[in-house]
Design a protein around this ligand. Structure first.
Ligand SMILES: *[C@@H]1O[C@H](CO)[C@@H](O)[C@H](O)[C@H]1NC(C)=O
Ligand SMILES: *[C@@H]1O[C@H](CO)[C@@H](O)[C@H](O)[C@H]1NC(C)=O
Ligand SMILES: *[C@@H]1O[C@H](CO)[C@@H](O)[C@H](O)[C@H]1NC(C)=O
Ligand SMILES: *[C@@H]1O[C@H](CO)[C@@H](O)[C@H](O)[C@H]1NC(C)=O
Length: 453
């Protein structure tokens, strides 16, 4: 029996502990306490080790960056030989720890287009600060069109794209996406510009209500779009570009419709969805320089009977400011790469008007299209629903609302500042009849629309 051998009032209940006197009991207690303390210490120390491991690696991230940069600087690193643009060289003479976390992309592998009908890219010029509107525009094109094709994206920036921008912009598409850096030589004032004069003029236009009248970055970007972007190495294997603006939206599903393929199959050179007039104050001097160019290079200019020149010239022979809105355009790059186009761009550029005035790339490209292209090289993307700021184009199809989220009432095509009907008059009159039929059917009561047709 367990209780049988108890030898005192405080006899322990277990026979095993029977030999323990009060003294040895407290000694054991003391040992146990030491053991417990040691265990607590060990656990705490172990945790401490984990904590130390997590927060203080052998090298801090900055040191890692510096070391990586040092490795990249080794002359036997192949990347350096591949990419010795002035931009990269400038980066190399910067303090090492200021090098970007991720170096910009410089080429698109040729096999990127192996399953696609054309070598097309979607391209956007955008700053890090516009991540969210860039993602919105990318998503809208992906949802409406590109999820079925995976045409690559090219994003260009005059600054380095941050790692975060690259990460979150990439997450908006499943297509390959490349992040390039604009060469500072193609972005800053060229040497022949009188900077004081440019800044004076910018101040004057900035004091008026002209949109972006005083903006240097508008001028840099317009000039880059007008004649420089396609020199970037990311475009070297590219045949067609679709320009995308960060705050634009595509409002219709392109059902079985690939704008790149459409361009190629119909031998088109430039495609648009919207046209507009410009503010004469913005393009001061543009037509004067253009006329001088036409005098000098008359033999390169297509006859007005075959071109859209009559669309842009008024009865007095002046430029009426009509142009294809270039924030959405699909273009065969062979056009911008052609000697005629480049000669015209250089002529304009040397006049300084991109900086002394506030010339947009839209008017420049439309004038070039009027000089160098035949009418059948112009593509009207009537079924591309597109919206950017005040501009909006909604297709004139009876069933457009099945595929679109735009409102025909807001469409810019019937507004006074649109030149689309006049352009279609030269390019394809059948479409005007389609527009008129649609207008009769759906908006019969709307006199502001009828007036335009
Ligand atoms: C496009 O051009 C090619 C080559 O010049 C020609 O064979 C083809 O018929 C043209 N296509 C159209 C639709 O005009
Ligand atoms: C619009 O409807 C017509 C006939 O109802 C159809 O042939 C055409 O494919 C439709 N268009 C689109 C874009 O769904
Ligand atoms: C003109 O537009 C109509 C209707 O969209 C189209 O069927 C026709 O092929 C076009 N013609 C030319 C020469 O592009
Ligand atoms: C008619 O169209 C104009 C713009 O084109 C729009 O502002 C107006 O609300 C429309 N009116 C009606 C009654 O639909």
């Amino acid at each position: 029996m367990l209780h049988q051998s108890s030898d005192g009032p405080h006899s322990p209940k277990s026979p095993l502990k029977k030999p323990l006197s009060r003294r040895s009991y407290s000694r054991t207690l003391a040992k146990l306490s030491i053991l417990a303390l040691v265990s607590i210490f060990l656990v705490a120390y172990g945790r401490g080790l984990i904590w130390l491991k997590a927060d203080t690696p052998a090298l801090d991230p900055q040191e890692v960056n510096i070391l990586q940069s040092l490795c990249n600087l080794r002359p036997d690193n192949p990347r350096i030989h591949e990419d010795n643009s002035i931009d990269t060289l400038q980066e190399l003479i910067k303090p090492i720890h200021l090098l970007p976390e991720v170096s910009p992309d410089t080429t698109i592998p040729a096999d990127t287009w192996k399953d696609l009908p054309t070598k097309g890219v979607l391209y956007m010029i955008v700053q890090n600060s516009k991540l969210y509107s860039a993602r919105e525009a990318i998503r809208s094109i992906e949802d409406r069109f590109n999820h079925k094709y995976h045409y690559p994206w090219v994003l260009l920036n005059s600054q380095h794209f941050t790692a975060d921008f690259r990460k979150y912009a990439s997450m908006a598409t499943k297509a390959p996406i490349y992040f390039g850096k604009i060469d500072p030589d193609t972005w800053s004032y060229p040497p022949f510009i009188d900077v004081a004069r440019a800044e004076r003029n910018m101040g004057v236009l900035g004091g008026t209500n002209l949109y972006k009248g005083g903006s240097l970055s508008f001028r840099q970007e317009a000039r880059y779009h007008a004649g420089l972007f396609f020199h970037h190495t990311l475009f070297q294997n590219v045949d067609y570009v679709w320009r995308v603006e960060s705050d634009s939206q595509y409002t219709c599903d392109l059902v079985d419709f690939d704008p790149f393929k459409e361009m190629k199959e119909n031998n088109r050179t430039i495609g648009f969805a919207l046209t507009s007039k410009d503010v004469p104050r913005a393009i001061l001097g543009l037509w004067k320089v253009t006329r001088a160019f036409i005098d000098d290079y008359a033999q390169t200019v297509v006859s007005p009977d075959e071109s859209i020149m009559p669309w842009i010239v008024d009865r007095r022979g002046e430029y009426n400011t009509c142009h294809m809105v270039s924030s959405f355009e699909v273009v065969d790059l062979a056009f911008y790469r052609s000697p005629s186009y480049q000669r015209y761009f250089e002529y304009l550029d040397r006049s300084g008007g991109f900086f002394y005035g506030r010339w947009g790339d839209g008017p420049v490209k439309s004038i070039a299209a009027a000089m160098f292209l035949k009418r059948d090289q112009i593509q009207y993307f009537k079924n591309v629903g597109y919206s950017h700021g005040m501009f909006s184009h909604c297709p004139f199809q009876e069933n457009y609302s099945e595929h679109c989220s735009c409102s025909l009432d807001e469409t810019f095509d019937f507004k006074d500042n649109s030149c689309t009907v006049d352009l279609l008059n030269l390019v394809n009159r059948t479409i005007i009849h389609e527009m008129a039929d649609y207008a009769k059917l759906v908006v019969d009561k709307n006199t502001s629309i009828k007036k335009r047709l």
